[in-house]
Structures are given as C-alpha cells and as structure tokens.
Write a protein that binds this ligand. Sequence first.
Ligand SMILES: C[S@@+](CC[C@H](N)C(=O)[O-])C[C@H]1O[C@@H](n2cnc3c(N)ncnc32)[C@H](O)[C@@H]1O
Length: 241
Amino acid sequence: MQGYRQDLAYIHDVGFTDFARNAAPGLLNILKRKHVADGLVVDLGCGSGRWTAQLIRAGYHVWGVDQSRAMIRLARGNAPRSKFKIGSLLRVELPRCDAVTSTGECLNYTFDERNSHAALLRLFRRVYRALRPGGVFVFDIAEPSRIPKTPERKWTEGRGWAILVHIEGNRSQKFLRRRIVTFRKLGSSYRRTCETHSLRLYRAQDLIRMLDRCGFRARQLSGYGSFRFPPGIAGVLAAKP
Ligand SMILES: C[S@@+](CC[C@H](N)C(=O)[O-])C[C@H]1O[C@@H](n2cnc3c(N)ncnc32)[C@H](O)[C@@H]1O
C-alpha cells in the first residue's frame, strides 16, 4: 500500500508543514546540545523535505528516506543538496551517521504492513548500529490518546485545494484510521482523490524501554524546545553512549 500520492503530497507540502517548521529550531538545538553540530543526519519519513532543508541550512548533510515517490519528488525541489531514497524506513539499510530523526508520527503508519513492536525493535537496533558513539535518535510518535473520543470530521482548504478527513480509532486495539478525500484544482475543474491511512499507536514509555534494551539512553520529550507537541503526540530522545 502506498500513501501520500501526488495530490495529498502536494497539499501536505503547501498546507501542513507547520509541524516540521515549528519543530525545526528546537530540534536543531537538541542536536547542538548533544554535540552533533555537523555530519550526516538520516531523516526517516522525510516527506517533502521541509525539515531536511532546515538541516542543510544549518550545515548538516542529509539522507532522507520516504516511501512516497510524490513526497520525494517535492523534497528534491525543496532541499536539492540532500540525498534521498524511496523506500520503507522499516527496511532500508542505514548509512553510518551522526543523528537519525523522524518527525510527524512517521513510525506509526502502516503503509509498510510489517509495522509492529517487533519491526520497530529491529529498526532501533539498525539505528543503534548506524549511529556513531555519541550520536542521537530523535523522533515523535502518536500514542493511543491521539484517538478522538468520538469520530471526527475535519475540513481544510487553501488556494486551489481542499481536504476532508474522517478520523476514528480503537483505543484497545491501538489503531487510528484517517479517511482522506482531496480536491485539487487542475485547469477549470477539481480532481478528487481518496486515501486511507492507518496508524498503529505506540506508548512512548514502551518504546523507551525497547530503546534502552538496544543500548540507548532514552527519555521522553514533551516538545522540541519551546514547540510543545499537540495532544496524543510524544517525543523520544535516544542517545548512543
Ligand atoms: C505526516 S508526514 C511527515 C513528513 C515530514 N517528516 C514532516 O514532518 O513534514 C509522514 C511521512 O511518513 C512517510 N512514511 C510513513 N510510513 C513510512 C515508511 N514505512 N517508510 C518511509 N516513509 C514512511 C509518509 O510517506 C509521509 O511522507
């Protein structure tokens, strides 16, 4: 299953990159405080490359990975000096690096149907092996509290586009589903597309225990610097000793 096809990738890039933009100053500060002032950052689920572009501006090299061909096409335009790969973050081989980031609940999506605690544990081990000693892994994830009490419908529009989202989930099964309908103006008409995104929800504390088992020293974050996470999102900072 592929997600973020052409129109949703475009709409995400023009209308929904606030999270990446607001997170950037705090994330850069975390890297600096952890003495990762330069070198290679691997960005898992890089999307359209807005965070990647900030890293490049701050002097890092970046290798971005995303399963969406459309997102990577946008990322190549937004951050032309980075390297990108189309593929699943749960399967790609990681290069030797100084930091690994993943912003915007990328570790929750089930576009790769392997997504599970076991697959994340394998990913954490690969990240640990790829990082140099002193390197850091920073990410945010959606927790079960991300599920609304009753199903929600949201509507957002911008110049030449509109998006409708129906959100529902099951707390005991720890999943969230977003049914997304997009309209994008092409010439004098609008193209309608649909995508369904399923997210497997994880508790940050469970992932922190898994990271510790891999050798990391991990702790929970309530934001990236002064940028506080919205309800149901938690951050994790894991350092390789
Ligand atoms: C909400 S977007 C966030 C994008 C970007 N990190 C940001 O903060 O703007 C989630 C991204 O994760 C990517 N993604 C989800 N599951 C993935 C997987 N298994 N492998 C690679 N990319 C994945 C999606 O294609 C999408 O670009």
